[in-house]
Design a protein around this ligand. Structure first.
Ligand code: SF4
Length: 435
């Protein structure tokens, strides 16, 4: 073992970054590097960063600072910073943290081994590189994320992602089907499809959106039980996709579709391509088919008046989403909205965020309570000592971000059971596995 081994990893940000972290680990193992999951025994570290919000960059900088301190104390030999932050601004990172040994970008997963062995410090290319590096799975064995594309063709006024990741680049269907089969052979039951916008899948590679074709191919993957779709875009969701989700044996009745707002003037200022009418139509079609909806909204976008905020609140009370995330607008340098007039005071943004969270937590508790007495499929994730029980999820809950089920009975991790919902409280259900 070389003195800078074993190598540990800190994976920050979204599930797309987690998939990249798994490939970085896969590449190291392919190169016969020693890795460790005990960050305290690591002699070197990869910090795979997120950069799309100021708070995410701050978190990355705090982690980098922590490891630079360890390096100065001789505990760490090498620090490699990867992912979105180097792709966004390598100069700033190296100026602020000259102790960093090397930088690799979002398109440079293959270069991670060189980052540890060569004298070169910067491995950042703007050209997307299709990689088939085997992943080292770090999620629970029975569910896994499958990144079907990256980059984005939209141009939302508040978003840095097109700057960091460029235009949409999809993975080929053959590659994705092979990867899905490999993951299922390794025990995965639930496959979670991710991208910046999964509903743009294929527009680059095949000249048109081919998410539906991809879903039909996944439907034939033997032993795959659940398919979940995250990160869709309202105006890309059509009747065919909704009907497919509703009739599929494997695609769960759940969709993540960030709407960001509902007021037409604000949606235009955000450079969103959907207006109120179209958004209502898509949500109406999803609800008619009993598909659970997760969404995201922004409060305090420049120009948001009290009346437009009221409109958003009323809409959320009326629609009653199953899950809702809310962000206070973040003025990000490099985005169109950074320069916009009518910036909303920070205090007001936060107050509006809190109001939406209160409305949604009431809706959430009521919706959970309405499930009591029903029988639902539940996938068992793990045993929780503190809760003294097994923790699982219904088809209406994605891992790590939605609600959970405390399930009793003779159950095993990674298996799906039909369960009777026996009780609920604000963010979880209680259930009994049925024989
Ligand atoms: S669709 Fe999403 S990733 Fe694309 S620009 Fe808009 S917010 Fe960013």
């Amino acid at each position: 073992m070389r003195d800078f081994e074993p190598i540990g990893i800190v994976s920050l940000g979204c599930p797309k970054n987690l998939v990249d972290s798994e490939r970085l680990l896969g590449k190291l193992l392919q190169g016969r590097f020693h890795i460790t999951f005990d960050i305290d025994e690591a002699q070197s570290v990869i910090i795979n960063t997120c950069a799309f919000l100021g708070t995410a960059r701050e978190e990355a900088e705090n982690v980098i600072t922590e490891f630079i301190k360890k390096k100065k104390e001789g505990e760490i030999k090498k620090i490699v910073v990867s992912g979105c932050y180097p792709s966004l601004s390598k100069e700033k990172l190296l100026k602020k943290f000259p102790e960093i040994d090397a930088l690799t970008g979002t398109n440079d997963l293959e270069k991670i081994t060189d980052a540890f062995t060569s004298r070169k410090r910067i491995f950042i290319s703007n050209k997307f590189e299709h990689t088939s590096i085997p992943r080292f799975q770090v999620t629970l064995p029975h569910y896994e994320y499958l990144k079907i594309a990256d980059g984005c063709n939209h141009n939302c006024a508040f978003c840095l992602i097109p700057k960091i990741k460029g235009k949409v680049h999809s993975f080929s269907m053959d590659f994705l089907i092979d990867e899905a089969k490999r993951l299922v052979d390794n025990g995965v039951k639930e496959l979670i499809l991710i991208a910046q916008d999964t509903t743009q899948y294929g527009v680059d590679l095949y000249g048109r959106n081919r998410l539906l074709d991809l879903l039909e191919k996944f439907e034939n993957v033997k032993d795959l039980k659940w398919i979940r779709i995250l990160y869709t875009y309202p105006s890309e969701i059509n009747k065919a996709l909704i009907d497919y989700i509703a009739s599929s044996n494997k695609v769960v009745p759940y969709i993540d579709v960030p709407i960001q707002h509902i007021n037409d003037k604000l949606l235009r200022r955000m450079r969103r391509t959907h207006g109120r009418e179209e958004t209502e139509k898509v949500i109406g079609m999803l609800k008619d088919k009993h598909i659970a909806i997760r969404t995201t909204v922004i409060t305090g976008f420049p120009g948001e008046t009290e009346r437009e905020f009221e409109e958003l609140k009323l809409f959320i009370k009326d629609v009653r989403f199953e899950h809702l995330g809310v962000f206070a607008f973040s003025q990000e340098e490099g985005t169109e909205s950074y320069e916009m007039d009518m910036q909303v005071p920070e205090k007001v943004k936060i107050e509006r965020k809190k109001e939406i969270e209160e409305i949604q937590s009431k809706i959430n508790a009521e919706k959970l309570n309405n499930m009591v007495g029903k029988a639902l499929p539940v996938i068992v994730d793990y045993y929780d000592e503190q809760l003294n029980g097994f923790v699982g999820r219904t088809q209406f809950d994605a891992p790590e971000i939605d609600d959970y089920v405390l399930i009793r009975g003779d159950v095993e991790e990674g298996k799906i059971y039909n369960a009777k919902i026996t009780g609920s409280d604000s963010e979880r259900l209680r259930a009994e596995a049925l024989k």
